[in-house]
Structures are given as structure tokens and as C-alpha cells.
Write a protein that binds this ligand. Sequence first.
Ligand code: FAD
Length: 460
Amino acid sequence: MSADTAGLIAAVRSTLPALRVLTDPGDREAYRRDETTYLATGLPGLVALPTCTDDVAALVRLAAEHRVPVVPRGAGTGLSGGSAGIEDGLTIVLTGMDRLVEIDHGNLVVVTQPGVLNARLKAAVAAEGLFYAPDPASYEICSIGGNLGTNAGGLCCVKYGQTRESVLSLEVVLADGSVIRTGGKNVKDVAGYALQHLFVGSQGTLGIITEATLKLRPAPPPRVTLLAFFGSIADAGRAVAAIALAGLSPVTLELMDRITIAAVDDWQHLGLDREAAALLMVESDLPGDAGHAEMARAEEVCLACGSTGSFRAADAQESDLLRNARRMAYWALDRLGAARMEDIGAPRARVPDLIAAIERIAAKHGVMIGTFGHAGDGNLHPTIVLARDDPDAEVRTKAICADLYRAALELGGTVTGEHGIGASRREWLEPQRGRRAVEVMRSIKAALDPLGTLNPGRVL
Ligand SMILES: Cc1cc2nc3c(=O)[nH]c(=O)nc-3n(C[C@H](O)[C@H](O)[C@H](O)COP(=O)(O)OP(=O)(O)OC[C@H]3O[C@@H](n4cnc5c(N)ncnc54)[C@H](O)[C@@H]3O)c2cc1C
């Protein structure tokens, strides 16, 4: 262990004697990786589990004094290596800060600490007739802090936007240990720069979020769920754009290809049409007859785009079952081999081209790629499935991902729709954003974190 880290451990012990810390190598090992399991990572020298903002601020201050890098970590479900360990670094795990501070009906906001799991927050506000929209497929296992750190998307972004759209204000610990608030409960507030937008999605490189004030909505009625099957994946892609063009605003517009349909059906035995090349899951949360009318119209649009068949869930319970099956797509593919989920995107009208490109890349590399994702946002998760004992897995993954990223960029798309640049896509930031834009990002980083202690080597 480096002298700097040893010095930090001694300083933390004397300054914060009541703080829970992990120093045993076996305990620290659990914080080496996030869900991007194939990335090379480091073993943190110290893991701290604070329960209040003051402790986070003191930790960050001490780490800066001892020049030890700091990794903020939520539940560790990230898919870009953002919360993976840095050798001899300090990992600050925020899941102990799990207090729901306030549910404010009058202002339709919830104030929460970052360690609350997304599903717990959703359930708590639902019990009071309210709705928190952002819903990553991992919502049962990921934290609000991680959702803010990545600007997480999910199944209903197509209607309600990514996490950023739900943020009114943040409390943030800066790199020098000072604490700021970026706003309050005001719906409108243009006093100065909208700093919360800077921190959301910055993957812990600009500050550590210790509290968030988030927008709520009255709970919508149970959803009406449509599954439409297609003989060609390109037809399904065309239907995605056509649904938006028809003026419909579904709350869910998800796609699964043939490989994913079979993997999910083999596991969940739902009786899906396994002959289909793709399915679209379309949902409405409009009240009463309006929900059925919206899905009837979506069905017509799908038919006009070549859909071979469709059905509507009989009730809310069946809707939940189908939606959960979609959420399990990644794990279903992971049963077939080592699954590596990618996260590319394209403007919605180019989704058919993106799908065609993914198919070409799978054929070129002779590899199984199951594709599913948030087609309504133009955000797909081509998931590479390799043999678990493939000795060339790393090299092959890198080459396949490079082709996927190139294809997305050629379509005016993105190398990451919601998982973040993190550690795994860094060399693709400049090709996408351009040199000058990355220089601007670097100057923001330097202004907020001049010593470069906050999550170094991630994003930039
Ligand atoms: C099966 C599966 C499905 C998934 N589906 C989706 C999906 O539909 N949509 C989606 O967007 N993602 C999805 N993900 C990815 C992942 O769950 C999200 O990125 C999630 O937001 C990460 O939350 P976490 O608590 O696990 O954060 P972590 O992985 O611990 O951290 C993620 C990033 O946020 C930073 N961070 C964490 N806490 C803080 C904080 N308090 N302040 C500042 N920075 C912080 C970390 O440094 C890191 O860079 C999925 C993952 C899996 C395994």
C-alpha cells in the first residue's frame, strides 16, 4: 500500500473514529468492480461507508490532503466501470445514506439521500399516491445516487425523460470538501447557471451528490400493454419512428430481437412468438378508455409497418409480468454465455439503420449479439454473448465494440445513451464530441477539481 493511502487511513481513523471503514483486503475486494465485470480495475486501499454529508465532506477533504483518488460508489450496478476501484484509492460507498428525507405533496417533490434504491423510492411515493418516473431496468438494485451520477434512463424515458428531467436541486460535496446546494423546490429558477445539470451524468468526477430534490407526479393509472411482433427487425425499427410521427406518446416503447425473445422465453415460458424477428412492447398510461385508444392506434401503426401479429395484456398483472420479462433481457442472455451489454444510440428515425449495422457487425465477427432496448429513445443494447472460456474475449469485445461505436457515430448517434463513458468508452468521447468540446469539459473538471482527486480516469 502507498504511503499516501496509509497516511489517509490513519487520518480517517483519528478524524472520524465512529465512521465504518473497510481495510481488510478481502472486504475491499468486493468493491473492485461494478457490473462491467470484464474491465481491468484496481483494489481500493480504503472503503468508507458514511451515513451523513459531514462525513463525506471530511473524507473528501482528507483524501485531497493526502492526494488519494476518490471513487464515489452507489450500488455498483454501473455498466461503464464508473464506480470500479482505483488501486490504493478511497472508495466512498453511499448506500448507507439511505434516508428518504421528505415527501412533499404540495410541491410534488421528494427529498432523498443518494443511497436509497430506485425501487424503494418508487414504492414509498407510490404508497402515497405519487409517481417517480425514472426507471432503469435495474431499478430494484441501483441507487438514486448512481442514477444521478449516470443520468440513468430506463423504460419510461420515452415519455418522462432521463433522470436529469426529474431533478430540481442537489446537495453536492465538492473536491475540496465544501458543500453546495444547486437549487430548491422551485419549478422555475434561473438564478445563475443550472449547476445540477452539470453534476447529473458526471459520474462522480465533479462532486459527490449527498442529497437530491426530485420531481414527482400523481400516480398514473395502470398501464395498457401491447406486444407487436414483426417478421423483420427493420419493420420493427420503422414502426418506432411511425408511432412518434402518429402523435402517440407511449410510456414504454421497447424492442427485443429474435435472439433476445428466445432467451427470455426459454427462461420465463411466456409463450412469445419465437418465429418473430423482433417484438415491440408499447405501453400507455393514459386514463381509462384513452389508454386503450392509444394502444389501438399503436397497433394500427405497427400493422401498417408490417407487424405479423400482436396482443394486449389482459390486465395490470399481465402487464407487469411482460415488463419484468423485458427487464430480465440481459440476465436471460447471460444464461447463454458471458453477456456484455452495450449502449449505443441513434436519432430515432435511424433506428432501422442502427439495427442493420448491428446485424452486419455480428456476422462480420461471427458472434452472437442479442439486441434489445429503449427503441423509442433510439437507444439500443446490443449484447455480445461469448463463450465463458473464450481466451480471446477481451480482444474480440474491444474489436466488436469499436465497430458498434463507429456505426452509431456514422448515423449521427452516440456511443452511450445512458450507461456513461466511465472507464470503458473513454477513447470514444473525442471522436463523438470533438476536440474542442472535450477541452471545455477538461477546463470544467480543472475548475471544480484542480487536484484531480475525484474519480480520475473516468469520463475524461
Ligand atoms: C441488468 C441491468 C440493467 C440495467 N438497465 C439500465 C437501464 O435501463 N437504464 C440505465 O440507465 N442503466 C441501466 N443499468 C446500469 C446501472 O444500473 C445504472 O447506470 C445505475 O444508474 C447505476 O446505479 P448504481 O447505484 O449501481 O451506481 P454505481 O454503479 O455505483 O455508480 C455509477 C456512477 O455514478 C457515480 N456515483 C454513484 N453515486 C454517486 C453520488 N452519490 N454522487 C456522484 N456520483 C455518484 C459513480 O462514481 C459511477 O460513476 C443496468 C444495469 C444492469 C446490471
